[in-house]
Design a protein around this ligand. Structure first.
Ligand SMILES: CSC[C@@H](O)[C@@H](O)C(=O)COP(=O)(O)O
Length: 359
């Protein structure tokens, strides 16, 4: 039976005074909702991955800046925009790699700059309305990604995914898992293979959880088992999300994605990246321009076990993302269709399509 989680990962609380998120650090044991009211709570929730995944971070940031704007006490437009810029910089420092964070903050600042100046409370209320639209747009966009991605898949396929790019990484559908949900709605049977995704186990804790809740056949495997699953012929396609896509198609996603892409090329398995246009960053010429977040080594050495998992004092290396070169990507599935190499031509075509008919 198909039972996608019937709640939104990120939304505005009914009274409009807080962001309501599912606390992803408590999954899969507990589904706990958490209300974020202050900018400190919002930045902390993004940094600690209570809310995570590029599109969900973007929606949180949009609401976050609107709520923070409600705290502004300014006499005129310049005062308001000055304080808004400070709040934007504060939220932007939460995490460096997912461009949706910066995209959403820029959208909100540009929106505020375009408003006829009234009292700060009214400006903040208008911004909150705009943030609601960012949330609604995420739902529409992800549905379109689902339809576009489904057209590349066949009923009965085994699909490998890495990290979590599903409902829990966006508002309702996700990106890489949106085609799987779209297929399930039509009665397709997919066999999902979820990499556990060391060190923070987004695949085990989140993807396996939401796939099972949706009644989709799901197998969890350790990251180092993907090669064997491919060699056995279990995998017919790889679907992953993205945190930032450079102008040449190089794609930053959760650490380990690059290894999966190399394996997929070796075994001749199509490797698709699924992402909304808000994850594309035309200012990054290539993957070399993408800042990769470094996180505390303790996420490797002691996070998931009662006892330390490594000898005291060992040097630790914990980049949170890697960059998959465009040459390893079969196609990038967006809400405006599928871009293929050469990406320097096909990505601008997606942006042109958006200009003609925004989703
Ligand atoms: C649709 S989500 C795409 C990516 O944000 C996702 O694959 C990912 O890498 C998330 O990393 P995380 O560190 O859990 O925020």
């Amino acid at each position: 039976m198909h039972r996608r989680l019937d709640y939104r990962t990120v939304t505005l609380r009914e009274d409009g005074r807080a962001i309501r998120i599912i606390d992803q650090t408590r999954l899969p044991q507990q589904v706990v909702f958490c209300d974020l009211e202050t900018q400190e709570q919002i930045r902390h929730a993004i940094y600690t991955l209570q809310v995570r995944g590029a599109p969900a971070i973007g929606v949180t940031a949009a609401y976050g800046l609107a709520l923070a704007a409600g705290e502004i006490d300014a006499r005129d437009r310049d005062g308001f925009m000055g304080q808004l810029a400070d709040k934007k910089a504060y939220l932007a420092a939460a995490r460096p790699t997912a461009v949706n964070l910066f995209w959403a903050l820029d959208e909100m600042e540009t929106f505020a700059a375009g408003l006829r100046y009234r009292d700060p409370k009214q400006m903040a209320a208008d911004m909150l309305q705009r943030a609601r639209e960012v949330e609604a747009q995420d739902v529409r966009v992800c549905r379109r990604i689902g339809e576009n991605g489904l057209a590349l898949l066949q009923d009965g396929w085994g699909i490998l995914t890495h990290c979590n790019a599903g409902q829990l990484a966006a508002v309702l559908y996700g990106t890489a898992l949106a085609p799987v949900y779209a297929g399930a709605e039509r009665g397709y049977t997919f066999h999902m293979y979820c990499d556990e995704t060391r060190p923070l186990l987004q695949g085990a804790r989140l993807t396996a959880f939401e796939m099972r809740a949706a009644g989709i056949d799901t197998t969890l495997l350790c990251d180092n088992m993907a090669a064997t699953a491919m060699a056995r012929g279990d995998i017919q396609a790889v679907l992953v999300g993205a945190d930032r896509i450079a102008a040449n198609g190089d794609t930053a996603n959760k650490i380990g994605t690059l290894g999966v892409a190399i394996l997929a090329q070796h075994y001749g398995i199509p490797f698709y990246v699924c992402a909304p246009l808000s994850t594309f960053d035309p200012c990054c010429e290539s993957g070399a321009d993408i800042t990769i977040e470094q996180r505390p080594g303790t996420e490797i050495s002691e996070m998931w076990y009662k006892q330390p998992m490594a000898p005291a004092g060992v040097k630790l290396y914990n980049p949170a993302f890697d960059v998959t070169p465009a040459a390893l990507i079969t196609g990038i599935v967006s809400e405006y269709g599928v871009a293929r190499a050469p990406y320097t031509h096909s990505i601008p075509a997606l942006f042109a399509a958006r200009k003609r008919q925004p989703v």
